[in-house]
Write a protein that binds this ligand. Structure first.
Ligand SMILES: Nc1ncnc2c1ncn2[C@@H]1O[C@H](COP(=O)(O)OP(=O)(O)O)[C@@H](O)[C@H]1O
Ligand SMILES: [Mg+2]
Length: 245
């Protein structure tokens, strides 16, 4: 496997005798936007939490920018350039937007913190408009953007997001996805977990479909969109591709 993020033969799970992820290998190239898809319970969250160092790994190897981070603790992975937005509890609801960003920026050298927080306000005007608002009072979409900003404040090499679209209205989902596309265009490598196969394949350049803890498909998004089997299984019938890219 090659790429800025690589997984080789990863086996992981919450208990030693009960692997959830069973021998997953995949590579994410620098600048790539990969979407991780699969049915509920397939192990998508477990896989990304394993990469982030939050679920015990039983076998395999993970590298980031050529460095072995298999046994690196979660907080150190942040410093090594791995940004992770968990599916839940990804902001501090009782703290303001600015305080959330300040806390996330703590691991940066003091001299860089203010600049990075300012950069996040530039990138997310919705957050800049209300820096003193408590995060708990934000809309679902704004909360997700704050969670993304908290991960981006450290300028990660790779940004991993676990279903940032969960619970959002379709309009908000497209806003969040547009923002993710823009972030990717600034050069941040993305690995996005997504429930909605169609929306995920629209935004990403490559799709990985996880089924029962194994990679069932790994192909360019356009190929998966045009694949009749993938279409039938995950998209509710074959839909000819209309998007020209
Ligand atoms: N904290 C946990 N402890 C034990 N088992 C878990 C835990 N979280 C998830 N699982 C189990 O791991 C499997 C994969 O779950 P998950 O990774 O959340 O799937 P997905 O994100 O694809 O919906 C499921 O069988 C689930 O019950
Ligand atoms: Mg999940």
């Amino acid at each position: 496997m090659t790429g800025i993020l690589t997984l080789q033969g990863v086996v992981s799970g919450y208990q030693a005798d009960l692997p959830i992820i069973r021998d997953v290998s995949l590579g994410v190239a620098k600048g790539e936007f990969v979407v991780l898809l699969g049915p509920n319970g397939a192990g998508k969250s477990t896989l990304v939490k394993t990469v982030a160092g939050l679920v015990p790994m039983h076998a395999g190897r993970v590298t980031l920018a050529g460095r072995d981070i298999t046994n690196v603790p979660a907080h150190q992975k942040l410093r090594d350039g791995l940004g992770f937005v968990p599916q839940t509890e990804n902001i501090f609801a009782t703290m303001t937007i600015r305080e959330n960003l300040q806390l996330a920026a703590q691991i940066l050298p003091k001299a860089r913190r203010a600049d990075r927080i300012e950069a996040m306000f530039q990138m997310f005007p919705d957050l800049a408009a209300r820096p003193s608002t408590r995060a708990g009072g934000l809309s679902g979409g704004q909360r997700q953007m704050l969670a993304v900003a908290r991960a981006l404040v450290i300028e990660p090499e790779v940004l991993i997001l676990d279903e940032p679209s969960a619970g959002l209205s379709p309009k908000m989902v497209s806003e969040v996805f547009e923002q993710l596309g823009r972030i990717n265009q600034t050069g941040v490598t993305m690995l996005l977990v997504e429930q909605n196969v169609r929306a995920g394949l629209e935004i990403a350049s490559r799709g990985v479909i996880l089924v029962e803890g194994r990679v069932a498909h790994d192909a360019p998004a356009a190929d998966l969109q045009g694949d009749p089997i993938v279409s039938r299984l995950y998209l509710g019938g074959h839909q000819p591709r209309t998007k020209v890219s």
